[in-house]
Design a protein around this ligand. Structure first.
Ligand SMILES: [Zn+2]
Ligand SMILES: [Zn+2]
Length: 322
């Protein structure tokens, strides 16, 4: 089969990669769409030095073989953590943190291929009315819904999302859906425009990392009760510490290779709660997409052979039609 294989240093396009074999409890999936995630680009930068295998973890697929006959023929998306159900974290309701977990495209073969294998228990059927081109956003969107699993806030709570990319758009729409007063801070005026229908936007000067003041009023920005860092880079945490109220909450969503140089003493001195936030509930994400609470731009699709174009695409989201 065709596949994009990461050999430990760079991605290779292969035409004769073996079709994966399904074990009991797993389904064989024919991939329909696969999307490139920031995490995949981090893999290329060395985020997972030990990983060799088929890349990718965001997909829509059809189940072609499974022990569970009800799944066969279904269109599905898949949760990315395959867990052991036995370790400390699995036994205490924190399965996403299973120490033995395997993740497609990060520690087992992923979805940038014609076929993939995933545990039956990880699969969620896509509602008939939801097209693949939208269902493909389930996994990144689920990560945004994780925030409202982790914290509660009142309607009208001033919330700020730092970042103007994919994750930021998902997070901002979820916070808006749950009643927050959302402000989005980003570097790119053309990307910020997409937020304007439901959020306030502020432009960040990319060299000074200060918020621009086009009106020249010099008015100080009032700090926010909740700040979500969704820039995908280390610089967002420092800005989050400037923007959050004392005794407020910062949610960190970005994962990146490398460290951040920030004054952590601000956290105890100002009694700031910092929450790390990663994978989230697929059911809420599928509901949000199907019910129209979430609107995301069209994905930019390529053949697997054109993987370099897909990785370099400047569009909102890129991926593969397989
Ligand atoms: Zn992802
Ligand atoms: Zn476990």
């Amino acid at each position: 089969m065709k596949a994009i294989y990461y050999n430990g240093s760079y991605p290779e396009y292969r035409e004769n990669h073996p079709v994966p074999e399904r074990k009991s409890g797993e389904s064989l999936l024919k991939v329909r769409l696969a999307a490139v995630c920031t995490t995949d680009k981090e893999v290329l930068k060395g985020y997972r030095p030990d990983f060799n295998g088929v890349m990718g973890h965001e997909f829509t697929a059809v189940v072609v073989e499974s022990d569970n006959s009800e799944l066969v023929g279904k269109r599905v998306v898949g949760e990315i953590n395959e867990v052991c159900h036995e370790c400390l974290y699995c036994r205490t309701g924190r399965e996403h943190h299973c120490i033995n977990r395997r993740t497609p495209g990060l520690s087992r073969d992923g979805c940038f291929a014609e076929y993939m294998v995933l545990r039956d228990e990880n699969l969620h059927a896509i509602p008939d009315e939801l097209p693949d081109e939208m269902a493909i956003y389930t996994e990144p969107l689920a990560a945004a819904y994780e925030i409202v699993e982790q914290i509660e806030f009142e309607t009208g709570t001033p919330a700020c999302v730092i970042g103007d990319g994919r994750l930021a758009l998902c997070v901002a729409q979820v916070l808006h859906q749950y009643g927050a007063e959302v402000t989005v801070i980003g570097k790119h005026p053309e990307k910020l425009r997409i937020f304007e229908s439901f959020a306030k936007t502020e432009q960040l000067d990319s060299t000074t990392m200060k918020i621009e003041d086009p009106a020249g009023t010099g008015a100080e920005i009032e700090p926010y009760e909740l700040v979500v860092e969704a820039t995908g880079s280390a610089s967002g945490l420092e800005l989050a510490l400037q923007l959050v109220r004392s005794m407020g909450t910062i949610v960190l969503k970005s994962t990146y290779a490398g460290g951040a140089d920030v004054n952590l003493s601000l956290i105890p001195v100002r009694e700031i709660t910092v929450i790390g936030s990663r994978c989230g509930p697929f059911d809420k994400a599928l509901d949000g997409l199907t019910g129209g609470a979430i609107n995301l731009p069209e994905i930019d699709l390529y053949d697997l052979a054109d993987f370099e174009k897909a990785f370099q695409s400047r569009k909102f989201k890129s991926g593969f039609r397989i």
